[in-house]
Design a protein around this ligand. Structure first.
Ligand code: SF4
Length: 241
């Protein structure tokens, strides 16, 4: 499957190790918990920075924390989260191997959709998290999450069903699992998109392994050339004189 290219500037991706990246992620979480950049801080119980392993190959982006998330400070713990967990498991992408967050980290009052200025205020946290985790695949849940990641509106129906390249990360858009609570048929569609994300991840891994083999073979040849002919080759050269 050929990924669709997106012209947007990606997160920069500085060359730092896992320990430093984990520290960066913790600093982002601390900043989020004390953040007052937008009006949503005034009504939150807990900010919800996100959670998951530092080397998660899959990065999931929802819209905003709901009531359960606001109460617990953890992402995707409500009914929609459970639907999504089941979907992840069904396609072999366990939640423990994914990093999960939202485009805005504080719950909008009465679960309204986040406003454009709130998304823009919170976006630097999202991009910094992606830069720290360096996932292979990002799954966006719903039109707001896709817009929040890309930084501009995109026709959701057109974007769905394909992988969009964004700075080395393949973005797979799907519906928000909360939509399944109102329309059960969307669960099938979400699973179809999650299967696409799993395939993208596997083909990305295969490419990575093939690239590594190619690099290893090349450096082996270069080292052999630097070392010069082997003792055996020298002996047979002497014999043939
Ligand atoms: S939603 Fe984001 S920008 Fe707004 S207060 Fe919360 S953490 Fe800060």
């Amino acid at each position: 499957m050929k990924p669709r290219r997106n012209e947007l500037a990606p997160p920069s991706g500085a060359m730092v190790g896992p320990e430093e990246r984990r520290e960066i992620l913790e600093k982002i979480a601390t900043a989020v918990r004390g953040c007052t950049r937008c009006r949503l801080h005034a009504t939150r119980i807990h900010a919800v920075p996100g959670e998951g392993p530092i080397d998660a190959p899959v990065f999931v982006i929802g819209e905003a924390p709901g009531r359960d998330e606001d109460a617990s400070g953890r992402p995707f713990v409500g009914a929609a989260g459970k639907i999504f967990d089941k979907g992840l498991q069904a396609v072999g992408l366990p939640r423990e191997e994914t990093y999960i967050t939202n485009v805005v980290k504080c719950r909008p009052p009465a679960n309204r959709a986040p406003k454009a200025d709130e998304i823009a205020s919170c976006r630097p946290y999202l991009l910094a998290q992606i830069e720290a985790v360096r996932p292979k695949v990002a799954i966006t849940l719903g039109a707001t999450a896709l817009r929040g990641l890309l930084g501009h509106p995109v026709p959701f129906k057109e974007a769905r069903g394909q992988a969009i390249e964004l700075g080395g990360v393949l973005v797979v858009p799907t519906y928000h699992p909360a939509a399944v609570l109102y329309n059960r048929r969307l669960e099938v569609e979400i699973r179809r998109d999650l299967r696409l994300a799993a395939r993208v991840l596997i083909s990305g891994r295969a490419r990575h392994i093939a690239d590594r083999h190619r690099r290893d073979k090349r450096s082996h040849r270069v080292n052999a050339r630097r070392r010069g002919p082997s003792q055996g080759a020298k002996r047979s050269a002497r014999r043939s004189r």
